[in-house]
Write a protein that binds this ligand. Structure first.
Ligand code: GDP
Length: 173
C-alpha cells in the first residue's frame, strides 16, 4: 500500500487530524509515549494507504544518543521508500511556524517529497484574522509552488474535503 508521512510537533493536533478525516473519536493517538522517538507508527486508512507517523520531532530535549538513533531511522525510511508518496506537515495556524517546523519542511523537501501543510486549529482564530494567519504560514515556510497550505479544524471539519482531495491526488501518482 502507498504511504503518506505525517509529521508535526507533539500536541499540534496530528491525532485529531487523522481522527477527523476518518470520522473516528480516538483511533489514532500519536502522542501517548513522550520520549519514544525510535519508532514509526503506521495507521492503515480505509484499506487504501498508510499514514506513517513520524515521531519525536521537536526533540530538542532528548539526549544526543536518542537524536542520532532518530536521525538514522529517519534517513533509512525516507531514502529507501518507494511507496512513500507525499508528506503531511501539521502546524498550528495560531502561531508562526517554529524552527522545528521549518527544519522538518526542509528535511521533507530535501527528500523530494510533495508536502501538504495542514494548518490546524483554525476554529481558534477569529474569522477576520484567518486569511492573515494563512498568509504568514505560507510566507514563513516559503512554500514551494507545488505545495499547499490547507487551513483545517478538527473541531468543525473545515479543510477536511480539501485534505481528502489532495491526499487522493498524491495516492494516484
Ligand atoms: P498530537 O500530539 O499531535 O497527536 O495532538 P492531538 O491530536 O492529541 O491534539 C492536541 C490537543 O489539541 C488536544 O487537546 C486536541 O483536542 C487539541 N486540538 C487538536 N486539533 C484541534 C483543532 O483543530 N481545534 C481545536 N480547538 N483543538 C484541537
Amino acid at each position: 500500500l502507498p504511504e503518506i508521512a505525517l509529521a508535526g510537533r507533539s500536541n499540534v493536533g496530528k491525532s485529531s487530524f487523522i481522527n477527523k478525516l476518518i470520522n473516528r473519536k480516538n483511533l489514532a493517538r500519536t502522542s501517548s509515549k513522550p520520549g519514544k522517538t525510535q519508532t514509526l507508527n503506521f495507521y492503515k486508512i480505509n484499506e487504501a494507504f498508510y499514514f506513517v507517523d513520524v515521531p519525536g520531532y521537536g526533540y530538542a530535549k532528548v539526549s544526543k544518543k536518542e537524536r542520532e538513533k532518530w536521525g538514522g531511522m529517519m534517513e533509512e525510511y525516507f531514502t529507501t521508500r518507494e511507496t512513500l508518496k507525499a508528506a503531511i506537515l501539521v502546524t498550528d495556524l495560531r502561531h508562526e511556524p517554529t524552527k522545528d517546523d521549518l527544519q522538518m519542511y526542509d528535511f521533507l523537501k530535501y527528500h523530494e517529497l510533495p508536502v501538504i501543510i495542514i494548518a490546524t486549529k483554525l476554529d481558534k482564530i477569529p474569522k477576520n484574522k484567518r486569511a492573515q494567519h494563512v498568509k504568514r504560514t505560507k510566507q514563513t515556510f516559503e512554500v514551494a509552488p507545488d505545495d499547499i497550505v490547507i487551513p483545517f479544524s478538527a473541531e468543525t471539519g473545515e479543510g477536511k474535503d480539501e485534505s481528502w482531495s489532495v491526499i487522493t491526488h498524491y495516492l494516484k501518482n
